[in-house]
Write a protein that binds this ligand. Sequence first.
Ligand code: ANZ
Length: 819
Amino acid sequence: RATYDIAATETKWQRVWEDLQPFRADDDSPREKRYALTMFPYPSGDLHMGHAEVFALHDVVARYWWQRGYEVLNPMGFDSFGLPAENAAIRHDEHPDTYTRANIAKSIESCQKYAASFDWTRTFNTSDPEYYRWTQWLFLEFYKRGLAYRKNSPVNWCPNDQTVLANEQVVGGVCERCGAEVTKKNLTQWYFKITDYAQELLDGLDELEKTWPDRVVTAQRNWIGRSEGAHVTFALHTAGGERDIEVYTTRPDTLYGATFMVVAADAALAAEIVHPDRAQALEDYLVEVRKASDIDRLATDRPKTGVDLGITATNPVSGEEIPVWASDYVLADYGTGAIMAVPAHDQRDLDFARAMGLPVRRVIDVPGEGDPEETGVATSGEGAYVNSGSLDGLRDKASGIRAIVERLEADGRGSGAVNFRLRDWLISRQRYWGPPIPIIHCPVDGEVPVPEDQLPVTLPMLKGADLKPKGTSPLGAATDWVEVTCPTCGGPATRDTDTMDTFVDSSWYMFRYCSPHETDRPFDSAKVNAWMPCNLYVGGVEHAVLHLLYGRFFTKVLNDMGLVDFREPWSAQLNQGFVINQGKKMSKSLGNGVNLGEQLAAFGVDAVRLTLVFAGPPEDDIDWANMSPDGSLRFLQRAWRLSGDVTSAPGVDVSTGDVALRRTTARTVHDAAELVESYRFNVMVARVMELVNATRKAIDSGCGPDDPAVREATEAVAILLSLVAPYTAEEMWERLGHEPTVVRTGWPAVDEALLVEDTVTAVVQVKGKVKARLEVSPDVSEADLEAAALADAGVQRAIDGATVRKVIVRAPRLVNIVV
Ligand code: ANZ
C-alpha cells in the first residue's frame, strides 16, 4: 500500500509556504479582520511539548479563520529579556544577547518546521533596542501621568535571584521563577500605579466572564480583592503626645468589641508610636518578622507572636482605653497597616488575644454558637448585637454597619470605605537583562526623565561574571554608562541603574504586532484599532493574575492616553492544559521528559499535532504515555490514500453524487464549524475520522471512486485536516488535482438541504387537541417552528379566525396554541 514519505513531504511544503507566504496578514485587506494571539515564549531553549500543544491548539482557530474568509493576524515573537537568559549568560560567561539570539533562531526554525501559521514578517524580540525604546517611552508616559513613581517600602526579596519581586511573582511564599523562599526588605523601588484602575479592572471582569475561563476570572477577582467596610479613627496616647490613627475594617459594626489594636510590626508607624521602654523589644521582634512571607503571616493556623507597644488608644464609640500591640499578622501595606482587634469575631484576633492574655468581648450573639471566649472559636455570623451601646437590639449586619458608620461620620471619627487587596505593581529589578529605567538622578533637579530623543537608553556591554546578582543592579558597575550630565541643569548626574520587570515588556507586545516596524512611535493607532482587541488569546493559566492583569491595565492607560480606542485587549481566552507523562509533570529529576524533536522525527509533525489536538478538551492535561502518535499517523495515511483513489476531475458537478455520502459530508462540515468555535477541537477531529471511514466505505463497497460525492468528501477532509495536519492536507489537495495551497481555499460549501436529513415529528395542538404533525429539522428554531405550525392548513382551520392568545413552543417536538 502506498504511504507518504514524511520527511520529504515536510521539506517540500516548507519551501512552498516560504514562497507563497499564505499567512502574511495584510493590513489593507478588505476581508474582515481576526486577531489570533498566543502567548509568546521566553527563548529559553528549543520548543518543547508544551509549545507543541499550545501552538497546535491555537493553529486550529487561526487556520479555521483563514478558511472562513477572514484576514487573520497570527503573530509570534519572543519575550527575550529576563532571568533565564541572564543566568545562562553567567553560567557560560557570555552576553545574554548571544544566548538569546541563538535560542530564537532555533525556535523560529522549529516553529516553521512545526507548520505553525505565524506571520513571521511581524516578529520581534522584546530585547531589541527598537522595541525597548518604546517600553521606555511608555514608562515615561506613565511617569508624566503620575502612574510611575518611586517609594521606599518593605518589598519582596528573592535571596537567590538577588532582586525584588512583584507581589504577583511570589507564589505560596516562594519566588515564582526559582522557588527560593521570599523575604522582605526595605528598599526604594519603582512602581506602576495599577491601583488607580482597581475598580475598573474588577468591573471589566463581568463582561470578560462570558468568554474567559472561569478560573482566570476568579483568580483576578480574588487578586484585586475588593472589600467594603469603614475607616475608623482611634486617638492614640503616645509618649510623645496625642495622635490619631486610622484602621480599615470590614466589620465596623463590631467596634464595641475592639478590645485592643494591632499595628503591623514592620510599618513605619510601629516605630513612631512605640513607648521608648518597648523600642528594643520591637526591634528584636522585627528581626524575626522580616524572615516571614506575607502568606505565612496571614495564615490563620500560625502561632501568634507580637510586642506590647506600651501605649493605649481610645475606642471612638465606647470611650474605652485599649492597649496597642505590634504583630506580624497585620500587614504593613494592606489597609492602613493597623487594625482594631475584635477577638470575639475574628479568629486571628482571638488567637492573638489568647496568646497574649488580652480581653475578649462578644458583641454579637450568634444563635447556636457559644461564647468565643470559652470555645476559642470566633463567630462571624449574624445575630443580635450585645454589649454594643446604641446598636443593642439590632439583629442584622447591614443595619449594624449602617448605624455605626452614621455615628462615626457624625462624630468625625470615621466613614464608609472600600479597600482593595491589589497593590501597586513593583516594576524595578536589580538585574541586567531588561530595559533600563529611563530616569536620571540629579543632585540638583532630582528625578529627571531621559529626553525622548535620547531613547532608547541602551544597555552597556556587560557579560558573564559582571552580571552576577549582587543585591544592587549590575548596571551600577558600568561607571561610564552611569555617569551622565543632567538634561536639565547640565551638572553631573547618574542614571537609574535598575531595569524593568519583563512583565512590562509583555504588557504591550500585542499592540506592537499590529505595526511592528514603526520607528517613530510604539505602534500605529489606526492599525491597532483595526486589528484589536484580540479575538482569541491562547496560553497558560499560570498567567491568570500576572501578565493578564498587567496587560489589561496597560490597555486602559493607553486608552486614557488616546492611543487605542478600546479598554480590554483580549476579547476571548483559552487556557490549554499541560502535557504530562506517566501521570506526572515532566521533569529532569523524574526522567520522564518527552523530547519533542524525537517525537517529530518518529511520527512526523502532523501526527504529533493531531495527537495533541485529538487528546481531549484543550483545557485538560494530556498524558503523553496514554497517547498513540502512531495511531494518528495511521489515520493520516488513511486520509491521504483517499486522495489517490478519487478518479473524478476537480470541479466536477457534485450535485449528482451519492446522497448518503453527501449528507455525511455536509453534516460533518457544518458541525466542524460549531465544534471549532466552541473549542471542541478533539470532537471535530473525531468527526473527520468518521468522514474518512465513510468515504473509504463508499469507495470500496458503495458508490465507487468516481462518484462526485467521493471527491466532495475527500476535499472536505483535506480542508478540515488543514486545521490540524497541514502537511497531509497539502499533499491531499495536490493529489486531488489542485494548485497549492489548501490553507486559504475556503471552508467547504454546505448545501443546507442535505442537513435536513433526520427530521423529527413536531406535534401541533390547538386547544389541547392534536391538529397537525410536521416533519422538521431536529435543530429547528423556536421561531421557525412556530411559523410553520401557524402556516399549516389544518391548524388554520382549527383556529378558525379566533385570536391566538399564546403560543407555547418546545422545539423541535411541540407547539401548543391557545386561542
Ligand atoms: C475588625 C474586624 C472584626 C475584622 C471582624 C474582621 C472581622 P478584607 O476583607 O481582606 O479586606 N485587616 C485590616 N487591615 C489589615 C492588615 N493590614 N493586615 C491584616 N489584617 C487586616 O479584610 C479586612 C479585615 O482584615 C479588616 O476587618 C481587619 O479586621 C483585617 F469580626 O476589622 B477586621
